[in-house]
Design a protein around this ligand. Structure first.
Ligand code: FES
Length: 64
């Protein structure tokens, strides 16, 4: 069976948008967080809700 192709969209100067699907995210302490898309992953490093984007990039001048 072929694996389903999932899409992650990099938003200019913003997060990585995970568009759909069910995910298990292993956090830095090894715990697993289950999350259904869509959701956004922080790329700027300034979110207070890492690994998720909380919109802080809008105030930091993040370019990427
Ligand atoms: S990309 Fe949005 S807070 Fe980091």
């Amino acid at each position: 069976m072929a694996a389903k192709t999932l899409k992650i969209k990099l938003i200019p100067n913003g997060p990585a948008l995970v568009e759909s699907g069910s995910f298990e995210i292993m956090l830095t302490d090894g715990t697993i967080k289950k999350k259904d898309g869509p959701f956004s992953l922080c790329r700027c490093g300034q979110s207070q809700k890492k690994p998720f984007c909380d919109g802080t990039h809008n105030n930091t001048g993040f370019i990427g």
